[in-house]
Design a protein around this ligand. Structure first.
Ligand code: BDR
Ligand code: CA
Length: 309
């Protein structure tokens, strides 16, 4: 059997990923973290989304802050102050069982069958790894949206080098990338290629997704002169079902936790046969997605979203 857990700081693009995870028929539950909003708010957001879609999955609340650094300040300029476009009154309770134990318990119970999608900072996974060092062998895989490797200038969206999910907790990301997970990283290099516009969103026939996306569309219209958006996080759910739509580059991954490259993800690009100080030595090799079949990805998203219509 194949099972899925989605770990989210649910903001606008996260909601698309959560919807695809719900539609996969393999979802065990949703775990939350801070990021696009506080974990109190993202827990309420996950509950609101599931209730609106009339889906009865349990939401488990996770980390409220990064391992070492201070939590990111959310000024709400992309996802809205509540993370979901500030368009719904949200009276859900933030109460929930513990996300980290849920991840560990599911991995133990369904050994080798659970894939974890992470679409926020990697804090919950790093904490779960601390509780259960054997987690990389218990999970079938981890598919994470995060990082940027410089393909066609796709570097950072928080600094010139760092992408948000990694920048928010680089210490957690470094722990995860150093562990022998079957990890696939979906960075900005590919997510920036998959843009959707109002026509695409309308074709999903999901009023909730349409409503929460308006704020994001207004933002990109104002700043990017394009009324559309990247659905970064949704690509984890597409990869889960259709890895063949994506080109995989194999490399160890290291994360900067200091200096001007703070939060940057690094892979091997040098072709020298011998590097005297090899920072990648003894690190596990992971999958990095830099390119994919954009048309196939978008068509699949549309087809999935319309499953129930
Ligand atoms: C990532 O940052 C968040 O704002 C998005 O939800 C996505 O997970 C993109 O850098
Ligand atoms: Ca996210």
């Amino acid at each position: 059997m194949s099972y899925l857990i989605i770990d989210t700081d649910i903001g606008v693009d996260d909601a698309y990923a959560v919807k695809l995870a719900v539609l996969s028929g393999e979802l065990l539950g949703v775990t939350t973290t801070y990021g696009n909003a506080s974990v109190v708010q993202t827990t309420k957001n996950a509950k609101l989304a599931l209730k609106t879609w009339q889906k009865n999955f349990k939401v488990y609340r996770g980390a409220s802050r990064p391992l070492v650094i201070k939590p990111p300040v959310n000024d709400g300029h992309i996802h809205g102050i509540d993370g979901l476009g500030a368009c719904y009154e949200n009276n859900e309770s933030p109460d929930a069982d513990d996300a980290i134990h849920f991840i560990v318990e599911c991995a133990r119970k369904y050994k080798g069958e659970v894939t974890l999608l992470t679409i926020g900072p990697l804090t919950n996974l790093a904490l779960a790894l601390n509780i259960e060092p054997n987690l990389p062998n218990l999970l079938k895989g981890v598919i994470s949206m995060g990082g940027a490797f410089g393909r066609d200038g796709h570097t950072g969206n928080m600094t010139h080098f760092a992408e948000f999910n990694i920048f928010a907790d680089p210490h957690a990301a470094e722990e995860v990338c150093s562990a022998p997970f079957n990890l696939t990283l979906i960075p900005l290099d590919i997510t920036h290629q998959v843009l959707i516009d109002e026509k695409d969103i309308a074709s999903y026939h999901d009023e909730f997704l349409s409503n929460i996306s308006k704020f994001y569309l207004d933002f990109s219209e104002k700043y990017e002169k394009f009324r559309g958006m990247c659905v970064h996080d949704a690509l984890t759910a597409v990869y889960y079902k259709h890895p063949e739509f994506f080109e995989v580059t194999k490399s160890p991954i290291a994360v900067s936790t200091e200096g001007i490259t703070f939060g940057q993800t690094h892979r091997i690009i040098s072709s020298y046969a011998s590097i005297p100080f090899d920072i990648f030595k003894d690190r596990p090799v992971h999958n990095i997605i830099l390119n994919g079949d954009v048309k196939a990805i978008k068509e699949y998203m549309c087809q999935e979203m319309n499953k129930e219509n």
